[in-house]
Design a binder for this molecule. Structure first.
Ligand code: GTP
Length: 240
């Protein structure tokens, strides 16, 4: 396996649900420790890593909005949930030793973490620190996938990775349709046209319009992140 990174700076999007592991709510310490080790495996070879995490393991604004809750309030609660997850990741990353992490939030909660300041985030990355972007874009009606696309573009990441529970993008839901096939590569236009549900349309259009390459892969496969970052293209689905 090549030890040379193919990318200098990446942004990895983790779903909130991914942090639950086998639990049906909250944060699994085993999962955050596993993720920290995966991140360390690429930081060790000199890759600058930024993370964006969702909040669905703690709170989902959309569901309550459907049940009558004010959508903006629900989304703000969801943003706070991502801050909780970001702090858990910061802790897990620093706890395994050898790495430093900084949480930057899109909404101001200075007692808990830094504000999102692009130039400061880039400086942290240059110093080898892992930066965890919290609170989405800071706005209601935007998903954390959109936040990930936005931050990836802003910090000039060379690759955005979306860590999921499946090993890429399929032509149909593989659980429902046995004839579903995994795309190895697909264009944003095709994924948008076919409404493949990789990310929401806002997130995809942002990436497409700014030439951000995306790799969707199965985060539970140990070593997958390192293999992708060292140039393997046979893993997951690549969206260009
Ligand atoms: P350098 O500029 O390279 O020294 O970066 P640094 O992050 O080590 O220095 P800084 O003095 O900015 O921060 C020291 C510590 O305070 C770090 O753990 C930061 O995450 C934390 N910190 C910085 N700004 C804030 C803030 O606004 N709120 C909170 N809660 N912590 C902060």
């Amino acid at each position: 396996m090549s030890q040379q990174p193919a990318y200098k700076r990446i942004l990895l999007k983790l779903s909130g649900e991914a942090l639950m592991g086998e639990q049906d709510f909250g944060i699994s310490p085993e999962v955050t420790a596993f993720l920290a080790r995966e991140v360390q495996s690429v930081v060790d070879i000199g890759v600058q890593v930024a993370l964006v995490v969702g909040g669905g393991n703690i709170f989902r604004g959309e569901g309550l909005a459907r049940a009558g809750m004010d959508r903006v309030t629900g989304d703000q609660m969801g943003m706070l949930a991502t801050v909780i997850n970001a702090l858990a990741l910061q802790d897990a990353i620093e706890r395994i030793g050898g790495m430093q992490a900084r949480v930057q939030s899109a909404i101001r909660i200075n007692e808990v973490c830094e504000d999102f300041i692009r130039r400061k985030a880039m400086r942290h990355l240059e110093k080898g620190r892992v930066v965890v972007f919290a609170a989405g874009t800071g706005n209601p009606f935007f998903t954390t996938d959109s936040a990930a696309s936005l931050r990836a573009i802003e910090i000039e990441a060379e690759l955005m990775l979306k860590a999921t529970k499946v090993d890429g993008i399929y032509s149909a839901d593989p659980k429902k349709d046995p004839s579903a096939v995994r795309y190895q590569e697909i264009s944003y236009d095709e994924a948008l046209g076919k409404r493949l549900g990789v990310m929401d349309q806002t997130a995809m259009v942002l990436c497409r319009d700014h030439g951000m390459r995306l790799c969707v892969y199965d985060m539970s496969r140990e070593g997958a992140l390192r293999r992708i970052v060292t140039g393997e293209t046979g893993i997951g689905t690549w969206v260009n």
